[in-house]
Design a protein around this ligand. Structure first.
Ligand SMILES: [Zn+2]
Length: 437
């Protein structure tokens, strides 16, 4: 097995950076090396040390002066919405009914699903994202298309067919039984196959009947190691409708709580308008609140209270995500730029190290996969992004006055997008070059 030695400026996080000077929170090498063999990181650190371990046979790729980071992780995204993104003028429920549900009916067709899955994962890789937690459509074929495409590329992805049996057009509905059966079959076929992970995916309380929620709870009990993903407390009309549909629930979170859907592997998209009781319930169960800034701004849903959620007595585990197609960009850099502004509107700041922690190690921790991805640690999978802070004339000009790593990272976040992504390695394979060819 030939190994590959990447050379560049390496940055990887050890824990949440409390401040901009909290140097112990990250590992940075001005002249760094990452040694890859058989899809894994065998060694990382100062180039001199890593080179010594590499031996003569290793193929060296010199990425200097660019930054090498763990590949970005997007923890909430809808792959069937590539032709929904950029749809004008609606709040959540209208947006779903007008654009999203009609579009998702097309995924009954397996060919269509495979085409979009291919283009979707191309787009993710082009933007430096090496892992997604994805919603498929209601159709079993859409999840099969996604996993087949993901497995072919050897990407670590988490996905599930959405379960939805009411309040949507016929073409995107299952039934409690068929949703359960299809999910079971998909888990059997795909979970643990190569790097694929299955997520039990009831879309949200509005589109699932109590009978279907029971089934989702049963699936979680039968497969406690699996992720569960859904939406929670995104928009006022959505919250009011949910209360109407589940009149005996104390609040929106209680609907999911009642059916046993809270837990350490549970991901709740949005969490914008939570009461203190709801935030406590999420915290106590170890559930994850997923921050989707471009989507929340685009649909006018509200401002996620990132720093307060972190600081409260019972803190929340937080992930960050694009939520394409409600989200407006595939890039985690663009996502954190908008995230910074949302947090600023709440009177707080997110420093650049915290941002880059979030989209690498932070998201890996939120997904409970930090032993596999999200760092450049020895023994983890070689999913790596190469970033160029001088990718455009405007960035190049601005970099003339940037003097610190913090300034460079903030510039990348504020001005950067897919053009700043020079290369992406997926399990050690140069995946962005593959697409360009
Ligand atoms: Zn979503």
């Amino acid at each position: 097995m030939t190994s590959t030695l990447l050379r560049g400026r390496t940055l990887s996080f050890v824990r949440w950076p409390e401040t901009i000077d909290d140097h112990a929170a990250w590992l940075y090498e001005e002249d760094g090396g990452v040694l890859i063999s058989d899809g894994r990181i065998v060694a990382s650190g100062a180039y001199r040390d890593v080179e010594r371990q590499a031996g003569e046979a290793a193929k060296e790729i010199d990425h200097r002066p660019h930054l090498l980071l763990p590949g970005f992780i997007d923890t909430h995204v809808h792959f069937p919405q590539m032709q929904v993104i950029a749809s004008y003028g609606a709040e959540l429920l209208d947006w779903l009914n007008t654009y999203t549900f009609p579009e998702e009916t097309k995924f009954a067709n397996a060919q269509h699903g495979r085409r979009i899955a291919r283009l979707f994962l191309d787009e993710m890789v082009r933007h430096g994202t090496t892992t997604v937690t994805a919603y498929c459509s209601v159709h079993k074929a859409s999840a099969e298309a996604f996993f087949a495409e993901s497995h072919d590329r050897n990407m670590l992805n988490i996905a599930g067919k959405v379960m939805m049996d009411r309040n949507a057009p016929e073409g995107v509905l299952d039934t409690p039984q068929s949703g359960y059966d299809d999910t079971k079959a998909l888990i059997k076929e795909w979970h643990g196959k190569g790097r694929q992970h299955y997520a039990i995916t009831p879309r949200f309380a509005i589109t699932s009947s109590p009978e279907q929620m029971e089934m989702a709870g049963a699936l979680c009990r039968e497969h406690p190691d699996l992720h569960m993903q859904t939406h929670l407390s995104e928009n006022h009309a959505e919250i009011a409708f949910t209360q109407q549909l589940y009149p005996r629930s104390r609040d929106y979170t209680d609907v999911y709580e009642h059916y046993g859907l809270l837990g350490k592997k549970s991901l709740f998209g949005h969490c914008i308008h939570l009461s203190e009781r709801e935030a406590d319930a999420l915290s106590q169960s170890g559930s994850v609140a997923v921050f989707c800034p471009t989507s929340n701004l685009f649909l006018g849903s509200g401002l996620f209270d990132y720093q307060r959620f972190r600081r409260r007595d019972k803190p929340l585990r937080i992930a960050a995500a694009t939520d394409v197609g409600g989200g407006t960009n595939y890039s985690m850099l663009r996502t954190m730029d908008e995230g910074y502004k949302v947090i600023a509107l709440n009177g707080e700041k997110l420093n650049p190290f915290q941002s880059f922690w979030q989209i690498t190690r932070g998201n890996a921790e939120a997904l409970s996969v930090v032993g596999k991805i999200g760092t450049l640690d020895q023994g983890t999978d070689a999913d790596i992004v190469v970033l160029d802070a001088r990718a455009t004339p405007a960035m190049r000009l601005r970099m003339e006055t940037a003097q610190t790593l913090a300034q460079e990272l903030f510039l990348l976040q504020t001005l950067g997008d897919d053009r700043a992504v020079r290369e992406v390695y997926v399990a050690g394979r140069a995946a962005k070059s593959d697409i360009a060819n």
